[in-house]
Design a protein around this ligand. Sequence first.
Ligand code: 13P
Ligand code: SF4
Length: 347
Amino acid sequence: SVKEMESRILSIKKKLGPKLFIPGHHYQKDEVIQFADATGDSLQLAQLSSANKEAEHIVFCGVHFMAETADMLTTKQQHVYLPDMRAGCSMADMADIYQTEQAWPILQELFGDTIIPLTYVNSTAAIKAFTGRHGGACVTSSNAKELVQWAFTQKQRIFFLPDQHLGRNTAYDLGIPLENMAVWNPHKNMLETKEPLENIQVILWKGHCSVHEGFTVQHTEVIRKKHPTMSIIVHPECSREVVAAADDAGSTKYIIDTINRAPSGSAWAIGTEMNLVNRIIKQHPDKHIVSLNENFCPCLTMNRIDLPHLLWSLESIEQGQPHNRIQVDEHTTAEALSSLERMLARG
Ligand code: 13P
Ligand code: SF4
């Protein structure tokens, strides 16, 4: 039963003490988050992983790329596990390293040595390694602006992977006109733009988050009609049109902080993952909060991690035969670390 599973988890946590560390991303289910030793967005969880030198076992409640990042940022003695290997990220899967290696020489031919790659942490370790190899950095939705600004001090152009929306929204906020952004289509292996090439400042990989693409301008119109005084806040993984139609946009942490600061009685429609929106609603009974999409938007892969999988993972550690270790090879780690460290130094 649920009660039995919960008490087993508690007793394993007690037994392993500080040898065990359970980070949990804000999009995780309540049934999992209740056992997290720390919660955070992807930047905070990356920072926490690199700061923790004590835990031998890190059971990552999040998705695969986050566990890979945690493995790369921790020591060899620290092992990272993902309670369900099916917890991937459809956005990270949209940028394949082979496609990226094919794109790069074409971009070099078009633009010469004027491009620096930036990759959203929502990407595989191999893409982070590619980025590190070419002098670039990782970004998260919390520090994308700072890193795009930094990248322009290095080169004239940015190749932003894999989320076109975060790339476009961030560059737009920094004053780059939309027509100076081109989309790289990895299926056709070509650049989609009608502009003269010399005007292009940002090349956006054609990837997206299917959860955040679930929010549309129509949803904002419904809210405006139904609740004219409600403020709309969305994650920058939403499309440019949705961000433009909203009142505010920012990372998971920014959304949480904004609602925490908001006065009692204020009204909000939030455009981000369902587990987080439901948790925010519960934590603020004094505020009127709804999901921007009435049908809500769950991240199905985040939801793969549930109570039974968490227990299964912890029991395997307790028995000395851990399941689902996430281990990035040394060569990839070395190259990827340079892109992660460039981010952590600035973000
Ligand atoms: P942040 O945690 O950086 O806001 O990213 C959101 C997300 O989609 C994580 O997968
Ligand atoms: Fe990936 Fe989107 Fe899910 Fe985040 S919310 S893990 S970007 S699919």
